[in-house]
Ligand binder design. Structure first.
Ligand code: SF4
Ligand code: SF4
Length: 477
């Protein structure tokens, strides 16, 4: 039996049967203090000495599930206890187990609440990038959440069990209350990251970000100076972004560089990766899939062909497994999981939400996890939020599925027909028939951008080549 099937079957037998699901639902039921599940996880790592009778019962159920789960994934109890000492990991496991209680064991899995929310914190931006999905400009939107509303949203996300918050934009640092809100989120034990153009990050600002509890800064660099400045629409932007990256590294912030791959910069990417590793000393290099949405529609002809994308992903993966390369090289293209599957001895890359450290902890056993994590996480592990509180399946999918001012996040997450649709991979055109549908699923934002259909094919993949031919035909007629 395939390793992934073996693991899935074990997990299904132990956690997915009706009795376990009912028990998981019971232990994960939340009140204002959290859930019995969270209490049990603390006890599992040696915290929480005094438990009520109900909590003690919950503890034994959770212990059994964890012991069995870790055995299935080949992780020792000591390793698991060590990881669970981190409150973030506990929150993550809680979210997954609660998701299994609510949805059953799935391939790929839907979590009880989004694991990650990318929050377009403001529409305001000091650059004018050609591919901007937010159509950001010099002014904020008139209806952006106020500071108090932003904090209230964070309270609600914490209650729901969300693990990570990524502030994006526009340019998130343009908002004066950024540090106050980021600190508020960090104090609530979220993993806080920032996606920024980096141009405003002086050494002092970098230190302020770190002091506010930001754990990861991702700065966009779309090539070398000429390419970047042309793409970003402002001369001098490259130099300021490079300074921003250096300042983040200098103060000891975990730093990544993000590049959106198009024909404008494709040839520069290998040299850029080298520059990021050797000159900028950032830890991560992530290549974003180009998605022709909003302003990006105007440069749709610059999208990579499936072959170009495949070669690029091969290049990134070869760097990832190169022991001489200090850089973690990832991509937001869900086909990256498929690329990693082609290498028999390399670690599988379940999704663009993973990292090398996690892969190393699992010592190559991520292959069995990839079908649970499942590539594109839109509406299943992750969602986007607009500056005014509108919730979307992904920041690149401009479909409002609810608003945080009007509804609770978990209600939107559980009941939205759009989210239900995006989770149903069997119904996907092209991708639904693909052997990799559970590890990749195709980028739903690209399917929507090209075919106006969330269940359409992602035309950026060689397996879906006929759909690529279709879109290029339409573009040239
Ligand atoms: S739709 Fe999926 S693969 Fe595409 S950017 Fe969003 S989360 Fe990533
Ligand atoms: S056909 Fe779809 S699911 Fe299969 S590898 Fe390509 S993009 Fe991924």
């Amino acid at each position: 039996m395939h390793e992934a099937d073996l693991v899935a079957n074990t997990v299904k037998t132990w956690l997915g049967n009706p009795i376990s699901r009912r028990l998981l639902k019971w232990v994960s039921k939340r009140n204002e203090k959290g859930s019995k599940l969270e209490v049990a996880l603390k006890k599992y790592v040696g915290e929480n000495e005094k438990l009520s009778i109900q909590e003690r019962l919950a503890y034994w159920i959770v212990k059994l599930a964890l012991d069995k789960g870790s055995q299935s994934f080949g992780v020792s109890k000591e390793q698991l206890v060590e990881s669970l000492k981190n409150p973030l990991v506990r929150r993550g496991i809680s979210n997954v187990l609660e998701g299994i209680g609510y949805y059953g064991v799935q391939r790929p899995q839907t979590t009880a609440a989004p694991f990650l929310i990318v929050w377009n914190f403001t529409k305001q931006c000091n650059l004018r990038c050609k591919h901007c999905y937010e159509n950001a400009g010099p002014k904020p939107a008139p209806d952006e959440l106020t500071t108090e509303e932003a904090k209230k949203a964070i309270d609600e996300f914490a209650e729901a069990g969300v693990v990570a918050l990524s502030f994006s934009g526009g340019e998130p640092l343009m908002r004066k209350d950024f540090f106050e809100v980021a600190k508020y989120a960090a104090d609530k034990e979220f993993y806080v990251s920032v996606a920024t153009n980096g141009t405003l990050i002086t050494e002092k600002i970098a230190q302020k970000m770190k002091d506010a509890g930001v754990q990861y800064a991702e700065i966009s660099l779309d090539g070398f100076e000429k390419t970047h400045d042309e793409f970003r629409g402002i001369p001098g932007a490259w130099r300021r972004s490079v300074e921003g990256i250096k300042n983040c590294v200098k103060v000891g912030l975990d730093t990544g560089v993000a590049t959106t791959a198009t024909h404008y910069n494709l040839k520069e990417i290998p040299k850029l990766a080298e520059f990021v590793e050797k000159d900028l000393h950032a830890r991560r290099f992530i290549v974003f899939n180009f998605i022709p949405v909003s302003r990006g529609k105007e440069i749709i002809s610059q999208d990579l062909t499936p072959k170009e994308r495949e070669e690029l992903l091969d290049f990134l993966y070869s760097k990832l497994i190169d022991t001489n390369c200090k850089l973690d090289t990832f991509s937001t293209a869900p086909q990256y999981a498929v690329t990693s599957f082609k290498y028999a001895f390399g670690p599988a890359v379940p999704t663009h939400f993973t990292n090398k450290a996690a892969m190393e902890t699992l010592q190559g056993r991520t292959k069995s996890l990839t079908e649970f994590i499942g590539g594109c996480g839109a509406g299943r592990l992750y969602c986007g939020m607009e500056p005014n509180g509108d919730i979307e399946p992904c920041v690149f999918i401009p479909i409002k599925v609810g608003n945080i001012r009007e509804e609770r996040l978990v209600d939107i997450w559980r009941n939205s027909p759009v989210l239900k649709k995006i989770r149903n991979r069997d119904a996907f055109k092209g991708c639904g028939e693909c052997e990799y549908k559970n590890i990749c699923g195709g980028c739903r934002a690209r399917a929507y951008a090209y075919f106006n259909d969330l269940q359409g094919p992602d035309p950026g993949c060689s397996i879906n080549e006929k759909y690529w031919d279709e879109v290029t035909r339409i573009q040239t007629t």
